[in-house]
Design a protein around this ligand. Structure first.
Ligand SMILES: *Cc1c(COP(=O)(O)O)cnc(C)c1O
Length: 348
């Protein structure tokens, strides 16, 4: 099998952890593993003195936790709604009754930053919720610009970096971000099931709300301080996470991983040009390539790859629009073959 979805092909050594017996979670040994994971995670995202919560639950669970515990303490939020993930922030605010402005961004377009700042000046939200990369379209947003707007208008910045952590350069300190969200099945490239929240030290002592029992920040913080979780953790995934983080640390941090992702993206985009597939994103992220083929609504490329070659790519929201992730293990030769096969079904 070849996988160009999330998490893509995983290092077999990390996969093998899932086939072995694993330790009991209520032990000092497990606590030490998690404390080490927290330290490496904070280093990788440049959040000195910060805190993390690692939840058993997918990325959306952690996004929900942010709205329940933090956004609900604010009088008004503004959401960058550039696709299905941006819209999820909006839905969560509505679900929890937080007044929210839905700042819509057209498909695969960048934000109109001038208009955003005008809207913020007029509406005075206290928190901005966005994606670093709207994974449904491939569009990357500028944290430089978002961060400057938030600073000037004294708005708290919360960023879903689920698909850019370890795929794009990222620093919570530099961009003055209060909370970041990620999950294990994207840049970390291990199986889905855990999500991570990163908290700036600016939020030390913040009075969070208590509106979600399982996701309660204070309850999770008080347990995680000693490397524990309040409820049964997905122990194997915590071990895979730790092994993956150690690997990254041995490689000298996030830079090599980001460079690898970038190389794959650039290599695949050359192939897109060769076969005449347009990349609609105005500023494409290296995390994925979203590209327009001439496939029909019947998705013959998606089905053909799956049935003939046991290969997965991600169908998009429009006919013929596909996404290939660059976060898993993939060689130049893999990508060359993939493009050739996509072309085979496109022209079949
Ligand atoms: C994948 C993704 C999510 C959703 O995460 P789940 O782990 O599927 O809940 C949210 N936001 C972005 C930007 C994503 O890429």
């Amino acid at each position: 099998m070849k996988s160009y979805v999330f998490p893509g092909d995983i290092d077999p050594e990390l996969m093998a952890i899932g086939a072995k017996p694993f330790l009991y979670m209520r032990t000092d040994a497990f606590s030490e593993i998690n404390k080490e994971s927290e330290k490496i995670l904070l280093d990788l995202i440049h959040c000195p003195g910060g805190r993390t919560i690692i939840y058993t639950g997918s990325g959306t669970g952690a996004m929900s936790a942010v709205v329940e515990n933090y956004v609900s303490t604010k009088s008004k939020a503004i959401v960058i709604d550039g696709g299905s993930f941006g819209h999820r922030w909006f839905s969560l605010c509505e679900y929890y009754g937080v007044p929210v402005i839905d700042f819509k961004v057209p498909f695969a377009k960048d934000i109109d930053y001038g208009l955003l700042e005008e809207t913020i000046a007029a509406e005075k939200p206290e928190v901005l919720l966005c994606q670093h990369h709207e994974t449904s379209t491939g569009q990357l947003f500028s944290l430089d610009k978002l961060s400057a707007i938030c600073r000037r208008n004294k708005v708290s910045l919360v960023v879903d970096v689920i698909s850019t952590f370890l795929a794009e350069p990222l620093s919570m300190e530099k961009y003055d971000i209060d909370i970041c969200v990620t999950s294990t099945q994207k840049g970390l490239n291990i199986p889905p099931g855990l999500s991570v929240l990163f908290f700036s030290s600016k939020l030390d002592g913040y009075k969070f709300n208590h509106r979600g029992y399982y996701w309660d920040f204070d309850y999770n913080f008080s347990n995680f301080k000693r490397g524990q979780t309040p409820f049964s953790p997905a122990t194997i995934l915590f071990l895979q996470l730790n092994a993956r983080l150690r690997q990254l640390r041995e490689e000298g941090g996030e830079a090599k991983n980001i460079a690898d992702v970038r190389h794959r993206a650039e290599f695949f985009r050359e192939l897109c040009r060769k076969y005449g597939w347009d990349i609609p994103a105005e500023v494409p992220s290296f995390a994925i390539t979203g590209f327009q083929t001439k496939d029909t609504a019947e998705r013959k490329i998606f089905k053909g790859l799956m049935e003939k070659y046991d290969t997965y790519i991600m169908p998009g929201s429009l006919p013929g629009f596909y996404r290939v992730s660059h976060m898993g293990l993939q060689s130049d030769e893999d990508l060359r073959l993939l493009a050739e096969r996509i072309h085979e079904f496109e022209t079949a």
